[in-house]
Design a protein around this ligand. Structure first.
Ligand code: FAD
Length: 262
């Protein structure tokens, strides 16, 4: 509920009844389809930064190893990838992650990309050529940003997917959402102590996000430059990155950081 430009609580449906919950401060954390973020103008609709992700469980996948696999498609670039998370020698969680813009350029709907990948790419054909889907494919919206954006106003802070906090290279958002939840809670405690819920009093929220999330966004944005372009750049990135990680037995973030600096 917004009164004279100030968020004053939420209106909700409880057991079929519309109720109004008055509050001095609202932390919006209702995910990627957030109606509240939409209402207060924090919803990202940039087709190159809003992704769609879908996953299905498949049995009969061929030639899988015990490694997670990512297959990039550059034909609709800047686009996204297909992933395989192995669950046994032949069963895996297979997914696609693609920008809204690329999905439009492809002329397909999200679920068709699984068949397209199987029928039009070498590895797609090997992995899914004889595989069968278990259950159904489930998809979701994943709104990303390049950087920390405006995400607070008078009486409100927005955290996680509701605040478009997905990173724009791999589509991860759990760590960014948790950092935002922590920053929002800390800021809320101070605001409650001061009994001041104005935008000025909530400004430390953005400052905390800049400090904690910016290094993460910087790494992923730089990775996206290589991952979402043409095949030679992608090959160069993967070769050098893999070499760096393997030679020093590094974790992902450290290997990425060293690669980007080097
Ligand atoms: C297929 C797929 C794969 C992914 N893989 C990864 C991955 O490997 N690594 C990674 O880091 N991230 C991954 N993500 C992204 C990650 O899931 C999200 O970034 C993260 O869950 C965001 O957390 P959140 O709390 O902001 O939102 P959510 O986890 O969506 O939580 C929002 C909550 O709000 C509730 N809610 C919504 N509306 C209302 C309402 N009106 N009233 C009450 N409750 C409401 C919802 O039920 C939900 O529980 C993936 C996403 C998808 C779709």
């Amino acid at each position: 509920m917004v009164r004279r430009g100030v968020v004053r609580g939420v209106r909700a449906v409880l057991e079929g009844q519309i109720i109004e919950v008055e509050s001095d401060l609202v932390i919006v954390a209702d995910g990627a389809h957030s109606r509240l973020a939409h209402q207060i103008g924090f919803y990202n609709e940039d087709p190159d930064l809003v992704f769609y992700g879908a996953r299905g469980y498949f049995e009969g996948i061929r030639e899988m190893t015990d490694m997670i696999e990512f297959f990039y498609f550059d034909m609709f670039a800047p686009s996204g990838y297909t992933w395989i998370f192995p669950m046994s020698k032949t069963k895996g969680n297979v997914g696609v992650f693609i920008t809204e813009g690329a999905l439009q350029r492809s002329g397909m709907v999200l679920n068709d990309l699984f068949d397209w990948w199987r029928d039009n790419t070498k590895f797609g054909n090997i992995r899914l050529g004889e595989a069968r889907l278990l259950g159904e494919i489930k998809g979701w919206r994943l709104p990303a940003t390049w950087a920390v954006r405006e995400n607070y106003s008078h009486g409100v802070m927005v955290a996680g997917d509701a605040g478009n906090m997905i990173e724009a290279a791999f589509g991860g958002g759990q760590d960014l959402a948790m950092l935002a939840g922590q920053a929002a809670a800390e800021t809320a405690i101070e605001a409650l102590k001061q009994k001041d819920y104005s935008a000025e009093a909530l400004a430390p929220y953005k400052q905390k996000l800049l400090e904690r999330q910016t290094p993460i966004y910087n790494g992923y944005n730089a990775a996206r430059k290589f991952l979402f372009t043409n095949t030679p750049d992608l090959d160069r990135f993967i070769d050098r990155f893999a070499e760096e990680a393997a030679s020093r037995d590094l974790g992902f973030d450290e290997a990425l950081g060293r690669f980007l600096r080097g």
